[in-house]
Ligand binder design. Structure first.
Ligand SMILES: Cc1cc2nc3c(=O)[nH]c(=O)nc-3n(C[C@H](O)[C@H](O)[C@H](O)COP(=O)(O)O)c2cc1C
Ligand code: SF4
Length: 647
């Protein structure tokens, strides 16, 4: 693929990037006690080694009033500097520049950790944190500015090549810029230049501290996507004000507000790639400064196009490089098809942030573990049989082959992928299938043999005589106790997706899993003309769609497709087309008469082969859903562990 623009160097003030691919800022939860860690250093270094043109770290807080989540880097303490040094030294070893993002989250925070009132331009509560902030006075504004300058000084001492001011989606500066949260009547409120006064003063203070040795960038939100918030016209005006300071070297971009419209900042696969391109595009027409475009750039071709069409000067690839640290190097080498494409599933990156866990990736077990050693090549190459070509089996095969073993995978179906293949067959979820595409590419590269249409039984294993067997036979649909044994017109979501059941007419989908299973199939059936109701014992249908930022889009699609969502209802019985439900908050019974009942309920592990082989004395272990049915990440992690552990 000709990529003319991606590999052109670019000057950002005193810094030259070797290419246009930016690992833009994102939280990692790798900090401990407010300080950066070795986990950070190894994580960023891996992306630098993998060819990123520029790395921008996660935010470093500029003031003690700013502590919205536990594992935030407290940049205002001098004791962060040794950790900064570790990070910058590790990244510089790969001749890659690294900037620090510095920030005060303002009213988009709570006082839970800091035990101090949160600060904001006006006493407008954030919709997520629901805490009324203190409207800052002049002395506090001076303190905020001094905080940014202090942290910039620490960053310079810690070896960073530049500073980025996060003024975009979760920031006190955004709070001042936005008419929705800035209700001030002094010189910091009112017109766009007045609302931008704090930003301009911070720019001056930071530039004063860093001089011309370091680059300075400003990240702006192009559209807050909230009622009465900043729109692209205001944002363009702010970009011009930033340029007019003459003290800034580039502008980074973002969309949405982290607490009100977060689902658009780190958009999942339901939002088309390049969805935020109108923002850098509008900025670029208005200013001369280099502009970074960000938002679901999945592959180098999309990035190249954005540059070639003049939408931006640099391309932020965040999740793309969380999933594959070698995104840039592989593209540069023309090995685009070997890139482990990000799925935009948000399950283990964004999703883990919301759960206060460290950042990982559903398909890359090494993400976040770069500082840990690997087992490497096994001293005794073995023949390894893997049974099942779902995500667990394929990952086990990859890891075993990487360790130097000869690996044969047997899959009873004509295709690889297991449940992932089914999950990806629903409209808008096709990108989930890239997980299997990525794993198959890796298997091919490593010389793994895959045989389809062969079900494995103990006699077959005896004939083949592998040194070790890894069983990854997955799980199968289960009928819950409350469905009568002779009930007709009942199907598991797997059967619907596989096409072995074809529900029609009035359909109730039971959601006892709380993820995409019920919602995906409900959409599919609604698209086929069914009248669909989803019933869940939970307080909300698809509860875990919240952490992956899929909830808002689901609600919009469900409403457009006329899907009814009923909550707090426990299924108690199903026979002869009648579904009995218990409304648990009140104890009242309800009934539904349906043509079909579709079940998204816990599955049963397929474990007989494992037990039979064990009983026969075969060297065997099992991974993934055949141990206990869970989500794909568990399958990948277990597959990796088992494959790498064959010695
Ligand atoms: C887990 C995660 C945390 C993020 N945290 C930040 C942050 O602290 N500061 C910031 O400016 N952007 C943050 N972002 C937004 C990213 O910089 C970027 O705009 C977004 O991920 C879209 O780019 P992508 O589609 O290439 O992932 C975060 C993104 C992710 C995935
Ligand atoms: S967890 Fe999903 S969205 Fe996040 S980086 Fe990995 S593949 Fe991409």
């Amino acid at each position: 693929m000709p990529t003319r623009y991606l590999w052109t160097p670019l000057e950002l003030g005193p810094v030259t990037t070797r290419n246009r691919i930016v690992f833009s800022a994102h939280l990692t939860n790798y900090a401990r006690d407010g300080k950066p860690t070795e986990q950070h250093a190894a994580y960023y270094a891996a992306r630098a080694a993998g060819g990123a043109g520029l790395i921008i770290t996660e935010e470093h807080s500029t003031h003690p009033t700013d502590w919205p989540y536990e594992k935030l880097i407290h940049g205002f303490h001098r004791d962060v500097i040794p950790g900064y040094r570790r990070i910058t030294d590790a990244v510089h070893r790969h001749r890659t520049p690294i900037f620090a993002q510095i920030n005060h989250n303002g009213g988009q925070a709570s006082s839970m950790y800091s035990r101090l009132p949160v600060w904001a331009p006006s006493a407008v509560a954030d919709p997520l944190f629901r805490e009324v902030p203190k409207a800052v006075d002049r002395a506090e504004i001076d303190e905020i500015i001094a905080g940014y300058a202090l942290v910039a000084e620490h960053c310079a001492e810690g070896g960073f090549d530049g500073i980025e001011l996060q003024c975009s989606h979760s920031s006190i500066v955004r709070g001042f810029l936005s008419p929705a949260t800035n209700k001030r009547t002094d010189e910091y409120g009112g017109s766009v230049p007045d609302r931008a006064r704090l930003l301009v003063q911070i720019v001056a203070a930071v530039r004063h501290v860093i001089g011309n040795r370091l680059a300075l960038g400003v990240r702006l939100c192009g559209d807050e996507l909230i009622e009465g918030g900043t729109t692209i016209d205001d944002a363009v005006e702010v970009a011009k004000i930033v340029e007019a300071t003459g003290q800034v070297d580039y502008i980074n971009t973002s969309i949405g507000v982290a607490t009100a419209s977060l689902f658009m900042i780190e958009a999942s696969m339901h939002v088309p790639p390049g969805y935020a391109m109108f923002i850098p595009s509008a900025f670029r027409k208005a200013v001369e400064l280099p502009v970074v475009g960000v938002g679901r750039f999945k592959d180098p071709l999309q990035a190249e196009r954005a540059l070639a069409e003049g939408h931006c000067d640099l391309v932020g690839v965040v999740r793309g490089q969380i999933a594959d640290p070698e995104f840039a190097a592989k593209s540069r080498a023309g090995a685009t098809d070997e890139i482990r494409l990000c799925l935009s599933c948000n399950q283990e990156c964004v999703g883990r942030m919301g759960l206060n866990r460290w950042l990982g990736c559903i398909e890359n077990p090494r993400t976040g573990r770069e500082a840990e050693g690997t087992l490497g090549i096994s001293p005794k190459p073995k023949s390894v049989m893997v049974v099942g070509a779902g995500p667990a089996g394929l990952q086990a095969a990859i890891a075993a082959a990487r360790a130097g073993h000869r690996v044969n995978v047997y899959e009873k179906e004509p295709l690889a992928g297991g449940q992932v293949r089914l999950a990806a067959s629903v409209p808008n979820r096709a990108e989930f299938g890239d997980m299997i595409r990525n794993q198959l590419t890796e298997c091919k590269r490593l010389g793994v043999t895959i045989t389809y249409g062969v079900g494995v039984w103990p006699g077959f294993v005896d004939e083949q005589r592998p040194d070790h067997v890894i069983v990854a036979t997955g799980a199968e649909a289960a009928r819950p106790w409350w469905v009568a044994g002779d009930a007709e017109r009942v199907a598991d979501v797997r059967e619907v997706l596989a096409g072995t059941a074809d529900p029609h007419g009035t359909v109730v989908v039971i959601d006892e899993i709380g993820f995409h299973h019920a919602t995906s199939v409900a959409e599919l059936l609604a698209d086929r003309g069914c009248d669909v109701e989803i019933v869940t014992p939970g307080m909300v249908v698809g509860q875990d769609l919240g952490v992956t930022l899929d909830m808002e889009n689901w609600w919009m699609r469900a409403s457009a497709k006329g899907i009814v969502q009923s909550t707090d209802l426990v299924p108690m019985g199903f026979a002869n087309g009648e579904l009995t439900l218990l409304h648990h908050p009140t104890g009242a019974n309800q009934t539904r008469h349906v043509d079909w009942l579709v079940l998204a309920v816990p599955a049963n592990p397929v474990e007989w082969l494992y037990h039979d082989l064990r009983a026969a004395g075969v060297s065997v272990e099992r991974v993934g859903d055949c141990v206990a049915p869970r989500r794909a990440h568990a399958a990948v992690v277990e597959g990796e562990r088992a494959g790498a552990g064959v010695r």
